[in-house]
Design a binder for this molecule. Structure first.
Ligand code: G3I
Length: 374
């Protein structure tokens, strides 16, 4: 039986089958998510603008939480000192709210996709601590304030840590010092005291980085700041990271009294090459030729492997009571992974193929969620 053909019979059982004829309602991720948890998806602007109608319809049918892939990043929403561009973000927020979704804001402070003017001071020098703090506070007050009561949770700081657990040497750290993180959380809470606030990063399954992220969030909380969750992005591969590492990371976050979120889930199915990170253009072309191994479609055996991988990680999410799982994209058509870390490859990281058809991975996730129903 496919997930689509399964009908929701819980109501019939509760009311007595004779008294109630069940509607043939297909099971969706949001109807199967454990009560109190959320299942989300990142929308791109074509979707939140309603231009990609099929992608949007799919997202609205399946998910009860949404994140914006790019349009609330600083360079998009605040490209010049005195100019904000809120139109795409307004449409995104209204869309989510209008469909009863939990709307996430991504992201207030990051070292990428932040315009150069933010870090620039006078006379060609870099902005000093006070200037940068004032810019941060004003940006956060304006953006968070605009969506007060409508955006339910914010990724406040993204990717502040290096792989060894030390603070990443970003322009934020260099100009402000270590308390830039606390300031960002303070300003966000000031702007919307009711909004949930998260620390977000990748590779938190790596013990050193995971422990550093936990210490970082605990440190913020010890200062009396509001932090509601710790987000592991979940940009994973079909083989890596090992399940045990994910398991341990979620357990460690829970043991530390923190709420784990998976905020940007997808599974890269292409072979990894140790030199693929940061390679120059010529090298990238060579790596592309070697690793773009499924240009015409994903072989059935790999589809099945991807399905098992998704089933396995979802079993862990359920076990550790992950409060929100958000996929980074709706269908394979729009995934950023076609262009990262090597541009111009064909990847298959999500639950729906490029034409919006369910993949075996979708059926596998449905099955794991269904078995977990009370
Ligand atoms: O919109 C322009 C388009 O007009 C132009 O023709 C085209 C040419 O390159 O670029 C388009 O913008 C691209 C944009 O995605 C929209 O597709 C940017 O170049 C590209 O850099 C940008 O990439 C985004 C990336 O963040 C930037 O770092 C990805 O879409 C987005 O998925 C990705 O998301 C991040 C999260 O925010 C944080 N965690 C990691 C995650 C993946 O990198």
């Amino acid at each position: 039986m496919t997930a689509r053909s399964v009908t929701l019979l819980a109501g019939a059982v509760a009311l007595g089958a004779a008294a109630w004829a069940p509607a043939a309602e297909p099971l969706t991720l949001k109807t199967l998510a454990p009560p109190g948890s959320r299942i989300g998806v990142a929308l791109n602007q074509a979707q939140s603008d309603g231009k990609d109608e099929a992608g949007l319809a799919l997202a609205l049918r399946q998910f009860n939480s949404t994140s914006p892939e790019n349009l609330l990043k600083w360079e998009r929403v605040h490209p010049e000192p005195d100019r904000y561009d809120f139109a795409p973000a307004d449409r995104y927020v209204e869309l989510g709210r209008g469909h009863g979704m939990f709307v996430v804001g991504h992201v207030l402070l990051w070292h990428q996709q932040t315009p150069d003017w933010v870090f620039a001071g006078e006379g060609g020098r870099k902005a000093d601590r006070e200037t940068l703090l004032a810019r941060l506070r004003s940006h956060v007050a304006t953006v968070v304030g605009r969506y007060k009561g409508r955006i339910g949770g914010w990724d406040v700081v993204n990717e502040a840590l290096d792989e060894d657990g030390s603070l990443r040497r970003t322009p934020w750290l260099e100009a402000i010092g270590e308390d830039y993180l606390a300031k960002a959380f303070e300003y966000a809470h000031e702007a919307d005291p009711a909004a949930e606030l998260y620390y977000n990063d990748y590779n938190l399954w790596k013990p050193a980085k995971r422990d550093a992220a936990i210490r970082l969030v605990q440190g913020l909380k010890a200062r009396g700041l509001r932090v509601d969750g710790i987000g592991e992005q979940g940009h994973w591969g079909i083989d890596d990271p090992p399940l045990a590492a994910i398991d341990e990371a979620l357990a460690a976050m829970r043991a530390a009294g923190l709420v784990p979120l998976i905020t940007e889930l997808d599974m890269d199915v292409l072979p990894r090459d140790p030199d693929m990170w940061g390679a120059d253009l010529a090298k990238k072309a060579t790596i592309r030729a070697k690793t773009n191994v499924y240009p015409d479609g994903l072989p059935a055996a790999v589809q099945e492997k991807l399905a098992r991988r998704y089933a396995d990680v979802f079993a862990l999410f359920l076990e550790h009571d992950v409060s929100r799982v958000t996929f980074w994209g709706v269908t394979d058509a729009g995934s950023w992974l076609h262009n990262f870390p090597i541009p111009g490859r064909v990847n298959y990281p999500l639950l729906w193929d490029k034409d919006g058809h369910e993949k075996p991975a979708f059926e596998a996730v449905v099955e794991v969620l269904r078995k977990h129903l009370p």
